[in-house]
Write a protein that binds this ligand. Structure first.
Ligand code: NOJ
Length: 581
């Protein structure tokens, strides 16, 4: 009996070691440059057009770098601007080594990296590595025959005996995930459009080719990479049929391939080859990786420096293909998602990529607030959440001005292929045109892609030509020039938060603890270092909200949207930030 207990001692020691090292991670002071800054996403096509062709370009971005510096931005993530036939607005890359002429030249890119660097800004490239364009020479060779050097660079399978696709997977944008290629006489797999064939990551030559691409851009001096759709690169062996979840008997590919076991081995190989002797960071787009999985993806033994976790943006969308089926949600649920993401990330010393919007999501004011919400107060309130949480905040262009969704009345006005396909899917599932359109108004990706609004001139100063996508009709009041001059604007609120974040290390270094979890109106949390505590109180509702002010003992108010210091009460959509030293 005695002996048996002795065996427990080493086990206990191991447990103590593990738990103390976890605490050590949690307390570790973030010291990487990308942990101390603010990131900004530029949708290149929509940011600023320098040559009047209606399409944003690199020279346009260069002309507005001072704007980004003044906003406090240190990282600019560019959506793909490589050579591309633009079937998915650049997420279909034909050549990873060249710039699409619509956006400029490689010389413009070099100038952008240098000019941004002079302003303390690093450029982050979007690496779309799950798939390429079907016009990429790699694919053109692969489809030409079964015995060529690149035959095995994509995922090819024979048809079933009746000639149909190898399985019932439905692509993320709708329709079968398989397309038959007449030349090769086989089907190829595409998680997204038929124009976006999936690469075969099991082939080491493919991995090496992708590693070479990353190294090329590191040598150009970029600050990091956003890894597009990266959770889909590993496919389950045998490519089994899935349980049908649509009237046509198909099954969404997301549930079949996202985060497939074995994916981390592929990514470790990639990371080990790329992140040597460099200070770049990598942020993974990981739809399908839950908060529980985060400790394997980020931190000590992770594969990325941070990942975009999707829990909060999917809170109202139980089925990503069906935009007509939404689910009501509560604030405690939303808080739980953010808190889980914070806590699970920290377990292995990881870092959070904090975001409320991107080019695939609705505008956050339209997404998370009731329709009657005042958009200026709402935009500031959401900004407070975005910029005071632990992690690197990612601002989507226009979010800092308080952009909201567009609601065009004809599906033909929408450019995005996924929007059109989601609409068609809804009609096929039996929804009326009005119902399908209201889903589009809620979730269309076009809403986050309308041109940037610089001033009150024609086309909001975005272009001297005809914009590729209409400018939002609110541009005469919501634009950079007007908001710059208005001390009460959403833009100036962002600037105040950015300054606070830059001047008070607690917002970078402090740990995160949620307060008042069950409160239905208030999202409250503290950030704490050894010598400073910040308390952040955010009223998500359009009514006043009261709380127990005991958490504010000894606190000094540093920012408040309403300008009031009513301890124990928040005005509708108000947010207040307090410091205790
Ligand atoms: C995710 C990107 O963010 C989205 O815009 C794109 O359509 C898909 N991946 C396919 O690359």
């Amino acid at each position: 009996m005695k002996h048996k207990k002795l065996y427990l001692i080493p086990l206990l020691l191991i447990f103590v070691l593990i738990s103390t090292s976890c605490c050590a991670f949690a307390e570790a002071k973030p010291d990487a440059w990308w942990q101390k800054t603010i990131a900004y996403e530029i949708y290149v096509k929509s940011f600023k057009d320098s040559d009047g062709d209606g399409i944003g370009d690199l020279r346009g971005i260069i002309s507005e770098l001072d704007y980004l510096r003044d906003l406090g931005v240190g990282v600019v993530w560019l959506t793909p601007c490589y050579a591309s036939p633009q079937a998915d607005n650049g997420y279909d890359i034909a050549d990873y080594y060249s710039i699409d002429p619509a956006y400029g030249t490689m010389e413009d890119m070099d100038t952008l990296v240098a000019e941004a660097g002079r302003r303390g800004i690093r450029i982050v490239m979007d690496l779309v590595f799950n798939h390429t364009s079907n016009q990429n020479p790699w694919f053109l060779e692969s489809r030409s025959g079964q015995d060529l050097e690149k035959s095995d660079w994509y995922i090819w399978m024979d048809a079933k005996e009746d000639g149909s696709a190898p399985n019932n997977w439905r692509s993320i944008f709708g329709g079968s995930a398989w397309t038959f290629d007449e030349t090769r006489g086989q089907y190829y797999l595409h998680t997204f459009l038929p124009e976006q064939p999936d690469l075969n990551w099991e082939n080491p030559e493919v991995q090496n080719a992708l590693i070479d691409v990353a190294k090329f851009w590191i040598e150009k001096g970029v600050g990091g990479f956003r890894m597009d759709a990266i959770a889909y690169i590993k496919k389950p062996s045998g490519f089994p049929d899935g349980e049908p979840d649509a009237a046509d008997g198909t099954c969404g590919i997301h549930g079949m391939t996202a985060n497939t076991p074995g994916i981390l081995d592929l990514l470790h190989t990639f990371r080990d080859a790329v992140q040597t002797d460099t200070d770049i960071f990598m942020v993974g787009e990981t739809n399908g990786v839950s908060a529980e999985d985060l400790p394997l993806w980020v931190g000590e033994n992770g594969v990325f420096d941070m990942v975009f976790e999707f829990g909060h943006v999917l809170i109202d969308l139980p089925d990503e293909m069906n935009w007509c089926k939404t689910r009501p949600w509560t604030l405690p649920e939303l808080k739980q998602i953010f808190t889980a993401s914070q806590e699970k990330t920290l377990l292995t010393g990881g870092w959070v990529a904090m975001f409320l919007e991107n080019h695939d999501q609705p505008r956050s004011i339209s997404h998370f607030l009731p329709e009657n919400a005042d958009r200026t107060a709402g935009g500031k309130m959401l900004a407070t959440l975005l910029l005071t949480m632990r992690g690197t905040p990612f601002i989507m262009q226009g979010e800092e001005l308080g952009f909201v969704n567009v609601a065009w009345d004809d599906i033909g006005q929408y450019n995005d292929v996924s929007t059109r396909n989601h609409y068609a899917f809804a009609i096929k599932e039996g929804y009326t045109e009005a119902e399908a359109l209201s889903g589009v108004h809620r979730f269309a990706r076009d809403s986050s892609r309308t041109p940037m609004q610089w001033d009150t001139s024609a086309n909001a100063g975005f272009t001297a030509g005809t914009p590729w996508l209409p400018v939002h009709d609110d541009y005469e009041t919501v634009n950079v020039a007007s908001e710059r001059d208005d001390p009460a604007s959403v833009l100036n609120w962002y600037c105040s938060l950015a300054k606070l974040r830059a001047n008070e290390p607690v917002f970078t270094e402090g740990n995160y603890t949620e307060i008042f979890h069950d409160d239905e109106k208030i999202f409250a949390f503290s950030r704490e270092t050894e010598d400073t505590k910040a308390v952040i109180l955010i009223n998500f509702s359009t009514e006043t909200a009261s709380y127990d002010p005991a958490c504010l003992e000894g606190a000094e108010l540093v920012l408040s949207i309403s300008g009031q210091d009513d301890r124990g009460m928040l005005m509708p959509l108000d947010a207040a930030v307090y410091l205790i030293r």
